[in-house]
Design a protein around this ligand. Structure first.
Ligand code: ZN
Length: 251
C-alpha cells in the first residue's frame, strides 16, 4: 500500500488505479504496525490491499500510516473514521486524542488485536468503549470457525447467509461477554457447533461474540485479523467491506 497525498487522490484520482469520480464518500485513516506478531502484520498487509481495492469500488479514500502519533486531534479532523489493523495506541497522548475523537462523533473500525486488553492495559475508558469485554482466551492454532449471523437486517451483514465458515483465525473470547452490555449490538458470534475449538489452546464453549458495535459510539469491532488467509472467503469479504462502509458513512 502506497501512502497517497490527499490532494492527489481527490483531484487526480490516482493511487494504484482510478477511484470513483467526485469527492470521496468518506476518508479513513488506517493505522498498523510492522513490529508486532508476524501473523498480525500479515493480516494488516492483506487488509491494506483489500481495502485499497474496496476504496475504488465504494468511493471512499483510505490513507495509511504506521505512525501512531498521527492519532492527534489536528490530524484526525480530516477523517470520518480510524482503523486499527494490528495494534493499538500505547501513549497517553495517543489514547487521549482517540478518546476525544470518539466522544466527538468520530468513527472506529477495529480488528482482532485492536481490542485486546488485560490488567496491563490500564485504559478503563477503552474497555467501556468496547462494551466491557476483557480478553479471556483464544484457540490455538488458528482455525476456521462457523459464524452465526445474528443480525440479518443490519447494513454490515446485508446479503450474508444465516451462518458461514470463516477462514482460519485466532478467535478471542471475552469476560464478561460484550453481550452483557445492553448498549452493545452483537452482529456475529461463534456457533456452538465449533466447540471444542483448538488444540494447544481451546475455546470450550459459551457465548463468544465476534463482531459487535457499542451503539453509544460510531464503532465496530471484528475479531478477524490473524494471518494471511482472512480475505480468502467471498462471504466474509462482503462482511469486511460492508463494515468499513457502514462506519464510514454512519452519521
Ligand atoms: Zn492473533
Amino acid at each position: 500500500m502506497r501512502r497517497c497525498g490527499l490532494v492527489l487522490m481527490v483531484v487526480i484520482g490516482l493511487c494504484g488505479g482510478a477511484v470513483a469520480q467526485g469527492a470521496p464518500k468518506f476518508r479513513a485513516l488506517a493505522f498498523y504496525s510492522e513490529k508486532v506478531e508476524r501473523d498480525h502484520v500479515d493480516f494488516a498487509h492483506a487488509a491494506l490491499k483489500f481495502y485499497a481495492d474496496a476504496a475504488k469500488r465504494d468511493g471512499f479514500e483510505l490513507v495509511t500510516t504506521m505512525n501512531w502519533d498521527d492519532l492527534n486531534a489536528e490530524n484526525l479532523k480530516q477523517y470520518q473514521l480510524v482503523v486499527w489493523l494490528d495494534d493499538f495506541p500505547a501513549t497517553q497522548a495517543q489514547r487521549t486524542a482517540f478518546e476525544q475523537y470518539m466522544k466527538g462523533g468520530g468513527g472506529w473500525l477495529g480488528f482482532h488485536i485492536a481490542a485486546y486488553n488485560d490488567e496491563g492495559t490500564k485504559w478503563p475508558w477503552f474497555v467501556s468503549f468496547l462494551g466491557g469485554g476483557v480478553f479471556e482466551g483464544n484457540n490455538w492454532p488458528p482455525l476456521p470457525a462457523t459464524l452465526v449471523v445474528e443480525a440479518r437486517n443490519h447494513a454490515v451483514t446485508k446479503g450474508l447467509p444465516e451462518s458461514f465458515v470463516a477462514p482460519a483465525n485466532e478467535w478471542y473470547s471475552w469476560n464478561p461477554s460484550p453481550r452483557a452490555n445492553t448498549e452493545v449490538k452483537v452482529l456475529l458470534s461463534l456457533a456452538a457447533s465449533n466447540y471444542p475449538l483448538g488444540f494447544k489452546d481451546t475455546l470450550t464453549g459459551g457465548d463468544v461474540p465476534v463482531v459487535w458495535t457499542n451503539t453509544r459510539y460510531r464503532m465496530l469491532y471484528l475479531n478477524m485479523g490473524h494471518g494471511d488467509r482472512i480475505f480468502t472467503d467471498a462471504v466474509q469479504n462482503k462482511l469486511l467491506e460492508q463494515a468499513m462502509v457502514w462506519v464510514g458513512t454512519k452519521r
